[in-house]
Design a binder for this molecule. Structure first.
Ligand code: SD4
Length: 340
């Protein structure tokens, strides 16, 4: 990529406009630093992470700061503040973080705290545990000085009340929403905010200038889920895994499917045995397809991976999964290849 094009991309991102390169690519290589996130609008989150990486900060600091961007954004209806609630109208958040030493921390079904990723980091750094859940996670956060806030925005409350009319839990809604957009010939396939979509959990992976890997993942989970339901996103090995010798992986989509195959860990193990990031993600997706290919047509799971060399890739069950990538050569968002 020439310098002019690179600057153009940077300019677009500065305006908050995701640059979408030819669809269905996913092999990018280059030396660190690198940051990759699920979903193209997270090009904005990447920017925050990237700026820290350029200053020589750790991948851990970068992914935490990056993930805080959609957590604070009320327009992002599946992460943090403004996340769609469970079927009882309560916003419950899941997040986890993992560093280059194999340290990790997670919170599950955490309410009232805008930045669950920061609580997850403190679980990792300041407790003898890896996971805190519900009331206990909230208590811990309050002890650490986090503010108790109402995270249910007027828009999310409205969406929930609308949902109550049918009370039909429907995780395949994302696919249909995206298809509708395609049918309408929408010129901007990845609008921000993504008001109606049920999937835009952020999973972010980074490689820093010291050559270390870290990752973070944060979500409000599936919209209108049962109270107490926890998906893949805060589960180390499912929603996120980092092995500093090999690489890192994370994902988005219907968490139950990801937990069943230990998605992120599976991908890292594939890379250990020589697979490229894209091939490793594809192999994990194939396991979901193998269980029930027909059912898989109705759901979405998308994985992304980053290896120690700074190569990235992704793969999804259905089309319309995108990833945002930033390295020394590109600042871009691309649609991943998909099984269907
Ligand atoms: C979950 N994986 O709770 C999450 C959902 C998701 O955007 O990706 N939402 O199952």
């Amino acid at each position: 990529m020439n310098r002019r094009k690179f600057l153009q991309l940077s300019g677009l991102a500065a305006l908050g406009v995701p640059e979408t390169v030819g669809a269905r690519e996913s092999g990018f290589s280059g030396q660190g630093p690198v940051v990759i996130s699920t979903w193209s609008p997270n090009i904005k989150a990447n920017k925050v992470a990237w700026d820290l990486l350029l200053k020589g900060k750790s991948a851990l600091d970068a992914v935490e700061a990056g993930v805080m961007v959609p957590e604070a954004d009320p327009a992002d209806t599946s992460v943090g503040y403004g996340g769609l609630p469970d079927r009882d109208g309560r916003v419950t958040l899941d997040a986890c973080i993992m560093d280059q030493l194999g340290n990790c921390g997670a919170v599950m079904a955490l309410e009232h705290i805008k930045h669950p990723i920061c609580v997850a980091r403190l679980v990792m750094e300041q407790t003898p545990h890896v996971q805190l859940v519900g009331e206990g996670a909230l208590e811990f956060a309050l002890q650490k000085g986090f503010k108790k806030e109402n995270l249910l925005t007027k828009e999310s409350e409205k969406a929930w009340k609308e949902w109550l009319k049918t009370s039909n839990y429907d995780p395949s809604r994302t696919i249909r929403e995206l298809e509708k957009r395609e049918e309408l010939n929408n010129q901007d396939p990845y609008p921000w905010p993504v008001a109606l979509l049920n999937h835009d959990t952020i999973g972010m992976l980074a490689l820093d200038q010291q050559g270390n890997l870290s990752g973070a993942c944060s979500t409000s989970g599936m919209a209108f889920k049962m109270r107490g339901r926890v998906g893949d996103s805060p589960i180390i090995g499912a929603g996120l895994f980092v092995d500093n010798e090999i690489g890192a992986a994370t994902g988005t989509g219907l968490g139950e499917e990801v937990v069943r195959i230990c998605g992120a860990h599976t991908i890292v193990e594939m890379m250990r045995h020589g697979a490229s990031p894209e091939d490793a993600c594809r192999e994990a997706i194939q396991r979901i397809i193998k269980r029930n290919g027909e059912k898989a047509k109705e759901l979405q799971v998308g994985f992304i991976a980053l290896n120690k060399k700074g190569e990235v890739g992704g793969f999804s069950v259905n089309k319309n999964f995108s990833m945002a990538i930033r390295n020394n050569q590109v600042e871009t968002a691309v649609e991943s290849k998909s099984w269907y």
